[in-house]
Design a protein around this ligand. Structure first.
Ligand SMILES: Cc1cc2nc3c(=O)[nH]c(=O)nc-3n(C[C@H](O)[C@H](O)[C@H](O)COP(=O)(O)O)c2cc1C
Length: 188
């Protein structure tokens, strides 16, 4: 069975909810496992080896100060161990991010994950979703944030993780996970 790893950081629980939606989508077509980076930027002991064996790796971080959280960057630097033996080469990659503002420079975080994936020689998969950009579009719609390079989510600054990301952003995340699993299955 295809094996999808979702590695992410979440400071306050909103991006964790998005990550769970990505996992649920991937789990429709593959074995899908969440690897949460902790507040010190570390993964559980055996996680890096498990990630190295996955067929696809999906990267997630909240957008903090216009880029990934430092804890995610610490993971990225630690992943250089996999780079040395090209463990992720030709494997599928994708990314997601969540932040408070409608834009908030989320794309800088996606671009960072794309760069990390390219360093590892991975094959990037975007959302493949049309944007919900009409007058009557709203946060319940799929791809309301119009992410093509990766799944984007908006968690308003006064919203708890129970309230946000909202329905459309969670469905967008779910669809990204499913798409990655589908494409990874074709490549293994
Ligand atoms: C240090 C810090 C920096 C932030 N920078 C941004 C930002 O650049 N753009 C934005 O839209 N939101 C920004 N936010 C808001 C977070 O992205 C938002 O609260 C998000 O839901 C947090 O996700 P989490 O609960 O997974 O940590 C920032 C929050 C923090 C704590």
């Amino acid at each position: 069975m295809t094996n999808v790893a979702i590695v992410y950081f979440s400071g306050y629980g909103h991006t964790a909810k998005q990550a769970e939606a990505v996992r649920a989508g991937a789990a429709k077509k593959a074995a899908a496992t969440l690897y949460a980076i902790d507040k010190e930027g570390n993964l559980p002991e055996s996680a890096m080896e498990a990630i190295s064996k996955a067929d696809a790796v999906i990267y997630g971080s909240p957008t903090y100060m216009g880029g990934p959280a430092w804890q995610f960057k610490k993971f990225a630097d630690a992943s250089s161990k996999l780079w040395f033996n090209q463990a992720l080469k030709n494997k599928v990659a994708a990314g997601f991010t969540n932040s408070a503002s409608t834009n908030g420079d989320k794309f800088a975080t996606i671009a960072y994950s794309w760069t990390l994936a390219q360093q590892h020689g991975q094959v990037w998969v975007g959302t493949g979703l049309l944007p919900a950009n009409r007058k009557d579009s709203n946060p319940d719609d799929v791809n309301w944030s119009a992410g093509f390079g990766g799944a984007l989510a908006i968690s308003p600054s006064d919203a708890s993780p129970e309230e946000a990301p909202r329905k459309g952003d969670l469905e967008t995340a779910r669809l990204l996970g499913e798409r990655v699993a589908e494409i990874a299955a074709k490549l293994v």
